[in-house]
Design a protein around this ligand. Structure first.
Ligand code: GRF
Length: 219
């Protein structure tokens, strides 16, 4: 399988970027990071990219008079690097339909909540205050709304009695690092079909060939 070419957009620490890098380097993820773009010049994720010899570019939204100019530059950098899938990994800017049209059904995002509950930012504090018993994270296609596109994969974690926003965020983040590489792998394998709001996952041909139910289960 030809590795899918990723453009990873970050604004901060880049731990999800790191999970993707680790997935690629371990051979679990059939992808190649063509470029990492940060809108924040001091984002630690840029150092992670540097440590792994990846192309990295800063495109600061502050250098542009409007969103259109910012997005045109992002698009240019992504296209120059041959990007096939745009991966938002803690990227803190909302993208407009002009940008999305340049990469139809090829922009994905990770959100640290079980959408459609708790879209937007500062979700962990809201979850603790609301008193939900479960929280989680969601990888979804990006559409013109905020955190509203079709859902690819989710993970659920419990909210514990002594949780605060920080401890809950840490528990969720560990699952983000598992589901984001998995979502990208499904796209690399061209196994996702968007049908309205639903994203269906096609089975692997060889998975069917090897399918078996073993009873009693293997140790
Ligand atoms: C993650 O919780 C992500 O879901 C959210 O921002 C955080 C960024 O984490 N959008 P990192 O920069 O990948 O470490």
């Amino acid at each position: 399988m030809k590795p899918i070419k990723l453009g990873v957009l970050i604004s901060g620490g880049g731990s999800n970027l790191q999970a993707i890098i680790d997935g690629i380097e371990s051979g679990r993820l059939s992808a190649e990071i063509a470029v990492v773009i940060s809108n924040e010049p001091d984002a630690y994720g840029l150092a992670r990219a540097r440590n792994h010899g990846l192309n990295q570019v800063v495109v600061s939204h502050r250098d542009f008079a409007d969103r259109a100019g910012f997005e045109a530059r992002l698009t240019e950098v992504l296209k120059v690097h041959g990007v096939e899938l745009v991966v938002l990994a803690g990227f803190m800017r909302v993208l407009t339909k002009v940008f999305l049209r340049a990469f139809p059904e090829r922009v994905i995002n990770i959100h640290p909540a079980l959408l459609p509950s708790f879209p937007g930012s500062h979700v962990w504090q809201q979850e603790v205050e609301y008193g939900v018993k479960f929280a989680g994270c969601t990888v979804h296609f990006v559409d013109e709304g905020v955190d509203s596109g079709p859902i690819i994969i989710q993970a659920v974690v419990p909210v514990l009695d002594d949780d605060d926003a920080a401890s809950l965020a840490a528990r969720i983040l560990r699952q983000e690092h598992r589901i984001y590489p998995q979502a990208i792998q499904l796209l690399a394998e061209e196994r996702l079909r968007i049908e309205g709001r639903r994203v269906k996952v096609l089975p692997l041909d060889h998975a069917l060939e090897e399918a078996a139910l073993i009873n009693p289960p293997l140790a």
